[in-house]
Ligand binder design. Sequence first.
Ligand code: SF4
Length: 335
Amino acid sequence: MSEAVQPIVVVSRCLDLEACRYNGQVIPNAFIRRLAAHVTLIPVCPEVEIGLGVPREPIRLVRQGDDVRAIQAATGRDVTERLVGFAERFVKTLPEVDGFVLKSRSPSCGIRDAKVFSSVESEAACGRQAGLFAEVVGRRFPGLAIEDEGRLNDAAIREHFLTKLFTFARFRQAAKANSVAALVHFHATHKFLLMAQSQRAGRAMGQLVAQAAHRPLSEVIAEYRQHLQWALQRTARRTALVNVFQHGFGYVSKYLTAREKALFQQTLEKYRRAQLPASAVLLLLRAWIVRFDIGYLLAQTLFEPYPDDLREPLDPRMAWELGLPLARNRRRAPA
Ligand code: SF4
């Protein structure tokens, strides 16, 4: 299945890593703990970096005319320039990163939901927007995998984030190899994933790969990266995934019994009706791909876009009904 890569992820330091919040606390986060085993984390706390200390009086975003300022309400200090200046300098020091996990609702780190107040004193927010650090990150890296820990509680958002993160890391590795062969290999192993995400982008990327031997490779890689980021901007549509699953099923169906074929169609139908997650169909297909040793599909990253450790285990009853040989699921049906 997919090759081992180590994505590079910038993370808000207060998420499970250090007690650096304004109130001197850390926010426990099981996802960051699991992620840390598979990625290189770059922790950052913008408010500590600009010297606000721990604990500290909280800051808030305050609208002043057309401008939004970061103000420490208790002291009246305006730290807007310091926060933005730090963010601009910080992003320039980063290596080539694959994604960010930032703290939701923070006036510094929130990617879209930091409260904005009409004055330092007002109690009710008059709007929401990105925090000042997150705004610089979003502007500098518009195509990367950027999420906040709140949204990552949603299974579909988390799956898509992880798919992006590990796909970008694999591409970073392929681009670093700086060879036509590495680009061809990347494209070939991501064919099903791209079919599910965007047929149009997949075709355009195929054409780019075909031109790679006749054009400056750095140009081709840069264009390919843009298409890849565009293709992975949104989660794959359900209908597109159903088509790709059917396509994959075509490779294994001749080895299956009538009951197994019926099981696949029932599982696919339940996924189509949103009664099962995509991972149920993926894991079922993957079990057969491994059993029948279908080399072409074994290489397709769609069937294991990121390490299984990061996947939520299927409900044990569901896994049992599908007959999935999953180490992390009990094989016996629960009572
Ligand atoms: S949200 Fe950002 S600025 Fe606030 S404590 Fe966490 S890392 Fe620091």
